[in-house]
Design a protein around this ligand. Structure first.
Ligand code: NAP
Length: 258
């Protein structure tokens, strides 16, 4: 029996088909990181909308000499429209925060419909292009696959409102990063909150962390003590069960357990 346990929910960096062909189990750590990653997503929504990092830096630099004028005002979050691209565990958890905590209207585009969440949160399913045009905040939570690579590019940013705020807590390559940089530089969209990038760690030459309308985080979606401990424990439990001949709690390639 051979088993690989990744301490993450995403496994886009692992050749699953090859492992399956060789009869090697692949386990991941869904669920235990859902709420923490959603917290990170909401932190980015709030931070980008209210310009928290930019204005904190501004205070640190000693620029606060008088009350602020409209040039430094942010945008409301409460009552706005939140568009979730991907509506699985993490997408739904972000949407709950928006709908229940901030009175946001939730739109989602997803492979399958989620009628339970439509009842619970009043969420409405949209085609991606419609969602991009209607949402004030677009938050990406789809996994990186051959289908979702560069799902959001120049055409998609052009559909967003000029006041739109783009959040990515999924994987960097779901977005065409050059198109994102251009959209931010040219005022096609207002701001972005990013936890993930096409290349990680970010290259020193990337303009993204230097842009005043970007909040760039070092892939900290699940990075709290409690959640990383729970993820490590899940990985250990997965391996232990696999080696005992039992089904691991979170098995990616089901075919290997027969
Ligand atoms: P999940 O529960 O599997 O949710 C993914 C959702 O995306 C599902 O609802 C799925 O639809 C939908 N989807 C998949 N392919 C699609 C496509 N081509 N078009 C439209 N919708 C599509 O996964 P999760 O636990 O929420 O995690 C999502 C991703 O977040 C992970 O894969 C990982 O890359 C990323 N992540 C990042 C961090 C971080 O540190 N920033 C932390 C954790 C996870 P169905 O419901 O129809 O299957």
């Amino acid at each position: 029996m051979e088993v690989i346990a990744t301490v993450s929910v995403g496994y886009d960096n692992i050749p699953v088909d090859e492992l399956t062909k060789r009869g090697i189990m692949l386990c991941n750590t869904p669920d235990v990181l859902t709420e923490t990653t959603a917290d990170t997503g909401f932190a980015l929504i709030m931070t980008a909308a209210r310009r928290v990092v930019e204005l904190a830096e501004w205070v640190k630099a000693g620029h606060w000499q008088a009350s602020l004028g409209p040039a430094l005002f942010g945008s409301d979050v409460h009552g706005k429209t939140l568009g979730m691209v991907g509506f699985g565990r993490i997408g739904q958890a972000v949407a709950r925060r928006g709908a229940l905590g901030f009175g946001m209207q939730v739109l989602y585009s997803n492979a399958s419909p989620k009628p339970d969440l439509e009842s619970e949160l009043g969420a409405q399913r949209r085609e991606l292009n419609e969602l991009l045009a209607e949402a004030d905040f677009v938050c990406v939570t789809v996994p990186l696959t051959a289908e979702t690579e560069h799902l959001i590019g120049a055409q998609q940013f052009a559909l967003m409102k000029p006041s739109g705020i783009f959040i990515n807590i999924a994987r960097g390559k779901v977005v065409d990063e050059s198109a994102l940089i251009q959209a931010l530089e040219n005022g096609v969209i207002q701001a972005a909150g990013l936890d993930v990038f096409a290349q990680e760690p970010l290259a020193a030459s990337s303009p993204l962390p230097k842009m005043s309308n970007v909040v760039a985080l070092p892939h900290i979606g699940s990075a709290t003590h409690e959640t990383r401990d729970a993820m490590a424990q899940r990985a250990v439990d997965n391996i232990r069960l696999a080696l005992q001949g039992e089904r691991p709690i979170s098995l990616v390639n089901e075919e290997t357990y027969r």
